[in-house]
Design a binder for this molecule. Structure first.
Ligand code: 2AM
Ligand code: CA
Length: 266
């Protein structure tokens, strides 16, 4: 059994097409032309190439849809009802260093709510997809969050601080606080895959500050449809594309939230 709707078929087809050039680029990593966007934030020709293929494929089907992307900004700005949220390579730093932990992430948003999403790691050939009301899948199998009940037994994943972060100390003290109260913490460098791994039960929870919407849009529906819980903390209403996220198997959600919100880490 697998998810089989026109929307999911469209996104997965676009992912498969884009991933062919992405896999080629990954194989030729030394030859990639790399330019710096800012400290610790690289943008490669592979990002732009992948994004162009995705946009072209999605636009063929729905030329009028809004598109929010990492590299090209916002397309069809006036359409806020139907939007694609695209990250062509989530885990760019891994990609550029030849580490096979990166993914294409595409979310579909309707009237402000994510309705479907796909996260695809082309190297592992792992396609995570979910659609509202129809469950979450890894390739052809249904996935579910873990059943872990106690925070002290939990394996948690996180990311950041990004190179240019102005709140590094805060993030590190948060990390210490969580680390002291859980089984262990991991850091893999792709927000999209971190969330997907919570959705399929590999991790029990995930939190990260200073993300962009496209890093985690597809992950939102994946977690929900896999039976987990996702929310955001310390939102800045003036910056709707900036996100601090907490996503868990739902059992440990409040406890992880408390560890992050502890006053003594301010
Ligand atoms: P990227 O690879 O698409 O840039 C790593 O912890 C995660 O944070 C990745 O999902 C990465 O996305 C994201 N990330 C890296 N630098 C970032 C930045 N400057 N702002 C927001 N997110 C960033
Ligand atoms: Ca990203």
């Amino acid at each position: 059994m697998r998810l089989n709707s026109p929307q999911i078929n469209l996104i997965t087809k676009a992912c498969m097409k884009a991933s062919r050039s992405l896999i080629r680029d990954f194989g030729e990593i030394e030859n990639l032309q790399v330019s710096t966007k800012g400290p610790g934030d690289f943008v490669s020709s592979a990002d732009r190439r992948t994004e162009k293929i995705l946009i072209d494929e999605l636009q063929k089907a729905h030329p009028d849809y809004g598109i929010v992307t990492e590299e090209s900004g916002i397309i069809n700005k006036s359409n806020k009802q139907n939007r694609w949220i695209i990250d062509p390579i989530d885990g760019t730093m891994n990609f550029l260093n030849g580490i096979p932990q990166f993914a294409i992430s595409i979310g579909y948003e309707e009237d402000g709510e994510i309705k479907s999403g796909v996260i695809f790691n082309p190297i592992m050939n792992e396609m995570f997809c979910a659609e509202k009301g129809n469950g979450a899948y890894l390739n052809n199998s249904r996935i579910r969050v873990s059943n872990k009940k106690k925070i002290k037994d939990a394996l948690i994943v996180t990311g950041g601080p990004k190179g240019a972060s102005k709140i590094k100390d805060r993030i590190f003290s948060e990390y210490i606080n969580v680390s002291k109260n859980v089984s262990n913490v991991r850091k893999f460098g792709s927000a999209a895959l971190d969330i997907a791994y919570v959705a399929c039960g590999r991790f029990d929870g995930y939190w990260q500050r200073e993300l962009n919407y496209w890093d985690i849009a597809a992950g939102i529906i994946l977690i929900k449809e896999a039976g987990g819980f996702v929310d955001f903390f310390e939102n800045d209403e003036n910056l709707p594309l900036k996100k601090n996220i907490l996503a868990t198997n739902s059992n440990i959600h409040n406890e992880l939230r408390d560890l992050i919100n502890k006053k003594d880490i301010e």
